[in-house]
Design a protein around this ligand. Structure first.
Ligand code: ZN
Length: 152
């Protein structure tokens, strides 16, 4: 049973890696940020339209990275699009807790199950940064951080 679940999760990750959702530059973003994970070489550029109410009206990404970083960015953008910056932060906290093994995730959050496919990285500390790069980069975009994000 555990193996079936593991295979299913891997398939979802491979699918997002092959066909990443929300991939490509936005035409008129009002926020952008760049992220880099030197440990793995993952690079990410994030585009966002944050409206006046603090809602993420649109979000996309481009980059070069491993399957986990690409799948994580793909899943993340699908989930936070349409949510407020505060809501995105709640997802980030819960996701971060899950992949670092410090929390269990929060299934009361809509679509949190989609993030569970990345929960397995908790067993591989070097991959945690691949899985969280997109989230750190989104936070930098929301905070209007000028500095590129690095996981180191
Ligand atoms: Zn990586």
């Amino acid at each position: 049973m555990m193996d079936d679940l593991r295979n299913l999760y891997q398939e979802v990750i491979f699918d997002h890696n092959r066909n990443p959702r929300n991939y490509g530059a936005l035409e008129n973003p009002n926020r952008t940020a760049q992220g880099y994970n030197p440990l793995c070489g993952d690079q990410l550029k994030l585009y966002m339209v944050l409206d006046d109410d603090g809602r993420i009206a649109d979000v996309s990404f481009e980059g070069n990275g491993c399957a986990i970083s690409t799948a994580s960015a793909s899943i993340m953008t699908s989930i936070i699009k349409g949510k407020t910056a505060e809501e995105a932060q709640i997802y980030f906290d819960s996701f971060h807790g899950m992949v670092t093994g410090e929390g269990d995730g929060d299934d009361s959050l809509e679509d949190f199950d989609k993030l569970r496919v990345l929960g397995g990285v908790a067993e591989y500390p070097s991959r945690v940064k691949c899985a969280t790069l997109a989230w750190h980069t989104v936070r930098a975009a929301i905070d209007e951080s000028e500095e590129p994000v690095t996981t180191e």
